[in-house]
Write a protein that binds this ligand. Structure first.
Ligand code: HEM
Length: 444
């Protein structure tokens, strides 16, 4: 791309285009600041309500469209939260970053290190080099043991049944799902350990302060580690913790740290579950087969991504757009905005079919679980248990929203304040047991 192809006033030094001061300000006020208000590590109910009322995402989407138009759809160097950052706008660049080396494009970005560093030190997400390789293999060999999944689906169904009939709120679903998470991860002995989930919630809230509340994080972290160690020591058969002793992981793997992180992974699905139910309430009539319910879960995660952006930091010089970017440059893939890109014909409508016919898999603008070497290691587990949870709810009751979502779907949904009435079904829906189609993403 030459300067001649850029619209008037845009700056390019022959390499990546640079956002102007005005564009940086627009990005900061419509994307970065609202993201901080919503919570970078955990969602803040007040921040969610406020940013949804202000419809900040629509403003951010307009800023992104402006950048695409001005710079010919190329990725742009912007001023990010932690300094110069490539805002990735091109499909080919998304593919390049996500399939590239996780040593060069490290997941342990500056923002994550400041928000999560104090209590997630030693976890896969924040690891590099040799330790990252052994921790990644360990995570895959524990989280991918599908023989345990049937038992987990039963746990999810049992807990989900306690929610109906009644009105589903975010906090009721969250508490119920936390029981599912503790049972799958650490076994029956952890079912009622609500303190564990509360300490984790406190740690995540402290993480939102991007390293400012380190003292509080350290205190909570010590308590969290002690509770996790207690649960791991039982190594309950049928739970993920029960698999660890037979794998005999080396000290470098820090199994307790990984097992502590997995509970955090399990805090991501509740917004997705609420969103899927809101979609099913608004667009009834689907088959309720496992593959359709799973597609609805994925569609909720696309439309209102709980992980709104992927962040990386470049660790050694990288040539990009004809220029050399120094180590320390940030990389930002705004998943939540790409998933609603005007380039996608289904951007703002309910389109579960894209998760069943290969469309989503082929589209680099989509990836609620990321892709490539940094793809979520709990993806299959989360989708399996989440689908079982939804299936059990839907077999017993029909979700109803007082004001169903319309078409086009809103860019922002105040998931934490949704209320869904579960109307008991007169006859139990027959459980459709066809195998869900394997997403090709899973084999990447
Ligand atoms: C709906 C549920 C979930 C979603 C949408 C989700 C999404 C993600 C995303 C986007 C990443 C990449 C982060 C990045 O690039 O910075 C990630 C990483 C990860 N997730 Fe999940 N996640 C979910 C559930 C889980 C669960 C249940 C677990 C574990 C039990 C888990 C374990 C992990 C791990 C270990 C990583 C780090 C991967 C690595 O560093 O290579 N996730 N997840």
């Amino acid at each position: 791309m030459t300067e001649g192809l850029l619209r008037d006033g845009a700056r390019s030094t022959g390499g990546l285009p640079r956002a102007t001061a005005r564009e940086n300000l627009a990005l900061a006020t419509t994307f970065f600041l609202p993201s901080l208000a919503r919570g970078t590590i955990t969602s803040s109910p007040r921040g969610h309500a406020l940013t949804t009322r202000l419809d900040t995402m629509a403003r951010a989407q307009r800023v992104l469209s402006g950048l695409r138009e001005r710079y010919g759809g190329r990725s742009v160097l912007v001023r990010g939260v932690s300094g110069p950052t490539v805002l990735v706008l091109e499909r080919a660049d998304i593919e390049r970053v996500l399939t590239g080396s996780d040593e060069v494009f490290t997941l342990a970005s500056r923002e994550k290190l400041s928000g999560l560093g104090p209590f997630l030190d030693g976890t896969l997400l924040l690891s590099r080099g040799g330790p990252r390789i052994s921790r990644s293999a360990f995570a895959t060999s524990v989280l991918g043991v599908s023989e345990l999944y049937e038992g987990f689906a039963r746990v999810a169904a049992e807990e989900a049944a306690t929610l109906v009939p009644g009105v589903l709120t975010y906090s009721a679903v969250n508490d119920c799902w936390n029981r599912v998470a503790r049972r799958c991860l650490y076994g029956e002995g952890a079912r009622d350990d609500t303190e564990l989930s509360e300490v984790l919630a406190g740690l995540r809230r402290a993480g939102n302060w991007l390293g400012v509340r380190r003292g509080r994080q350290a205190r909570l972290s010590a308590r969290y580690d002690a509770l996790i160690a207690g649960h791991l020591s039982r190594a309950e058969p049928g739970s993920l913790a029960g698999l660890i002793p037979s794998l005999a992981p080396g000290a470098e793997v820090c199994p307790a740290r990984q097992a502590a992180f997995w509970l955090m992974g399990f805090t991501v699905p509740p917004p997705g579950l609420m969103q899927a139910l809101a979609l099913l309430a608004s667009f009834p009539g689907g088959s309720l087969s496992p593959s359709y319910v799973r597609a609805c879960l994925l569609e909720g995660l696309r439309l209102w991504a709980p992980v709104p952006a992927l962040m990386r930091t470049i660790t050694s010089e990288v040539t990009w757009g004809g220029e050399t970017l120094p180590a320390g440059t940030g990389v930002l893939i705004p998943l939540i905005l790409h998933a609603r890109s005007p380039q996608l014909p289904y951007a703002d409508r309910f389109a579960p079919e894209i998760w069943m016919d290969g469309t989503a898999e082929a589209e680099w603008l989509l990836g609620p679980f990321s892709r490539g070497p940094g793809q979520c290691k709990g993806m299959n587990l989360a989708l399996h248990v989440g689908t079982a949870f939804l299936e059990a709810l839907l077999a017993l009751a029909r979700p109803v929203l007082e004001r169903p979502l319309g078409d086009p779907l809103p860019l922002m949904l105040d998931t934490m304040h949704l209320r869904l009435t579960m109307e008991p079904r007169l006859t139990r829906e027959p459980r459709l047991t066809e195998e869900p189609p394997r997403l090709a993403e899973e084999s990447r």
